[in-house]
Design a protein around this ligand. Structure first.
Ligand code: NAD
Length: 387
């Protein structure tokens, strides 16, 4: 159980790039970062429109003098202050993540970057090398990984409850973009523009989420090769896809499937992961995040509930309210932001990190996976060896 006591000595002085008024994801970043007093919001370049950004920042109790017109000015000005920022979250559209993260690392800042980390493996390698050189943490907000039942699934698999893993079936498949909503919605418009969104739409925007869940649950499985088919059912989205299926082969002989889709009419979110072993299966669905289904062959189905004493201590340590009371995405993100803060604090003190969190390598893995999927799909859905 977590009672909100401090996990690091002093809150980190923190800023945001993007995440302004009207953005989809800005509020959950602030809510998650500020909830446990690990971060203190002291500056921001919140908006592509400087005036709107300044006005918005002041409404967040940020000193108007520290609401900057752009991220470059922010990094520059803050570096001159004795109380300048120590960390920044990047919640801008995809096409800016690489340049802002790179500039932040060069300014000596820790970073929380939205996915995708960048567009190409070459860029990802550059950021990995820079973060290592500067000894800075880069966290990537694969937010669903912060749900406690993901940790329980990892533990059950580690203990061999499922036996040897055979199949990993994943999907993130909602119906909200079944028509060209981008014509009237700004935050969808950029998602179907390759210049801003990158080489994919749903593969990167949706598929990388359950993919990362599989990496947390199955840290030892590596994708050997994959095959991907992608379509644009709303024709104007081409070359970016609104539906895709990826088939993967892992190095232990297991297979994986990822269905990424935004035209699955009627589906609210449809993010699920089902891990099938030789003895049992488990399944998690983000619309019911407090439950994990465990099905042992030949036995009645078990629904494991968040916060219950039969879970592993590691799956209980982030429990904030007790079993029965639902927790949700805001708590999951808070758990991740706590991990980011502890990793940043450890790096500042020169200590190693003993716990998992979606780090720069996880971000790079997502970029690599999308690149491989696109390479496969655009060559006629052929098998490609993974990089
Ligand atoms: P959005 O279009 O709703 O909002 C983007 C915000 O960034 C706006 O406030 C805009 O003014 C600001 N902005 C744009 N360019 C900027 C710049 N150069 N400098 C400063 N501010 C700038 O987008 P969104 O849906 O909030 O998505 C933002 C990012 O978050 C994307 O990369 C997206 O993939 C990611 N995202 C992640 C999740 C998740 O679950 N982790 C969910 C949704 C979105």
């Amino acid at each position: 159980m977590y009672y909100g006591e401090k996990r690091i000595e002093q809150p980190l002085r923190w800023a945001m790039a993007g995440g302004g008024r009207g953005s989809q994801i800005g509020y959950i970043h602030r809510s998650a970062a500020l909830r446990d007093f690990n971060f203190e919001l002291v500056a921001g370049a919140f908006d592509i429109d400087p005036e709107r950004g300044r006005d918005f920042g002041s409404m967040l109790h940020v000193d108007p003098d520290r609401c900057y017109p752009d991220y470059k000015t922010m990094f520059d000005e803050e570096s001159r202050r004795p109380d300048g920022i120590q960390a920044v979250s990047v919640a801008t559209p995809n096409g800016t993540h690489f340049e802002i993260t790179k500039a932040a690392l060069n300014a000596g800042l820790h970073v929380v970057c939205e996915k995708p980390l960048c567009f190409t493996t070459e860029e990802a390698r550059e950021l990995e090398a820079l973060a290592a050189e500067k000894n800075r943490v880069v966290g990537v907000t694969y937010g669903y990984a912060g749900h406690q039942m993901i940790e329980e699934a990892r533990r059950l698999i580690q203990e061999g409850v499922l036996g040897e893993i055979r199949i990993v079936n994943m999907q993130f498949s909602h119906g909200f973009h079944n028509a060209a909503v981008e014509n009237t919605t700004a935050s969808t418009k950029w998602r179907v523009d390759p210049k801003v969104a990158g080489p994919s739409y749903v593969l990167g925007d949706l598929g990388t989420h359950p993919l990362y869940l599989s990496e947390v649950m199955l840290p030892n499985l590596k994708v050997k090769r994959l095959m991907c088919s992608r379509q644009s059912f709303v024709k104007s989205r081409a070359p970016l896809e609104d539906n895709s299926m990826t088939v993967m082969e892992y190095d232990n002989g297991a297979v994986g499937y990822v269905w990424s889709c935004c035209v699955n009419c009627g589906s609210m979110h449809g993010q699920k992961i089902r891990v099938i072993g030789e003895k049992a299966s488990l399944e998690w669905w983000d619309e019911h995040p407090n439950q994990l289904t465990l099905e042992v062959q030949g036995e009645p189905v078990r629904i494991l509930e968040r916060g219950m004493g039969y879970l592993e201590p590691s799956a209980l340590s982030d429990d904030r309210i007790g079993a029965g009371h639902p927790e949700g995405l805001f708590e999951a993100w808070s758990n991740l932001y706590s991990r980011f803060a502890c990793a940043m604090d450890a790096a500042d003190r020169g200590e190693a990190v003993e716990f998992w969190y979606p780090d720069i390598h996880a971000g790079a893995e997502g970029v690599r996976w999308v690149e491989d999927c696109v390479r496969s799909a655009d060559n006629g859905a052929v098998w490609v060896d993974c990089q």
